[in-house]
Design a protein around this ligand. Structure first.
Ligand SMILES: Nc1ncnc2c1ncn2[C@@H]1O[C@H](COP(=O)(O)OP(=O)(O)OP(=O)(O)O)[C@@H](O)[C@H]1O
Length: 233
């Protein structure tokens, strides 16, 4: 990926698959959020190709919107709109045309998972940072994505919230969700049992390339696809 003439992400090959947890580490500015934005099908690579379940991502085509439903990104600084917590968590379900009964059932379950059952009617704009993070997690879980991308989900939260989010994250692979989270904490991979992908100045070390066959729930940026032109994602 090139921004303003600067190459900030340069990935030759990366295949992420399976119902497991992947932990993306790297210093500030290493390109973690940029990579998540590409994997969420929000930002097309400057050159190269991204595939999902073996098929190239159709950047610029109306079918991209359908493809995006497989993947949910929880941003580093989640945005909540003015309205109740319930409305915020339900929003994406409504956009997908889900009926109100199923919306309610999904939202209630997601709020229970994030220990927010008593927050449903609270104004989302009056929440603390840790509460906002939990609402954002509930909103992501309610969508039941095949791939969940979490940008710094454990940053700046208290011990109790961190434990809650960690146990949720650990449980995701068992629920059939391929999960990729970023962190600055080198010990998170050991503690959460994930596979580490380490980014250094936009590049991925040879040892971190995942040679697993991308399965239907996986995102692949296979060899030479990303490497088209200047090997720049
Ligand atoms: N839209 C953009 N336009 C220009 N430069 C950008 C843009 N987005 C990211 N960058 C630059 O790309 C580099 C990688 O940024 P990115 O946010 O991906 O890093 P990061 O690893 O997530 O960092 P952090 O740990 O600080 O969140 C940085 O130098 C950043 O300034």
């Amino acid at each position: 990926m090139v921004f303003d003439g600067q190459r900030v992400l340069d990935v030759h090959r990366l295949a992420i698959g399976g119902n497991r947890l992947h932990i993306l580490t790297g210093a500030n500015g290493a390109g973690k959020s940029t990579l998540l934005n590409v994997l969420a099908f929000l930002t097309p690579p400057t050159s190269g190709q991204v595939t999902f379940a073996g098929a190239p991502v159709p950047w610029g085509s109306p079918s991209l919107f359908r493809l995006r439903r497989n993947v949910t990104l929880m941003q580093q600084f989640p945005y909540l709109f003015s309205g109740s917590v319930f409305e915020n968590v339900a929003y994406g379900l409504g956009v997908r045309g889900m009926g109100t009964a199923e919306q309610r059932q999904r939202v209630d379950a997601a709020l229970a998972q994030t220990n927010l059952g008593s927050f449903a009617r609270r104004n989302a704009l009056q929440l603390s940072g840790g509460e906002i993070r939990r609402v954002a997690m509930a909103r992501a879980l309610a969508l039941k994505p095949r791939v969940l991308l979490l940008d710094e989900p454990l940053a700046n939260v208290d011990h109790e919230t961190a434990r809650l989010l960690e146990s949720l994250i650990i449980s995701l692979p068992r629920q059939g969700v391929c999960t990729i989270m970023t962190t600055h904490e080198p010990n998170h991979a050991d503690r959460l049992g994930g596979k580490t992908i380490h980014l250094v100045a936009g590049g991925i070390g040879q040892a971190d390339l995942i040679a697993e066959r991308p399965i239907p729930a996986g995102i692949g940026v296979p060899v030479h696809q990303i490497a088209a032109s200047a090997a720049t994602l």
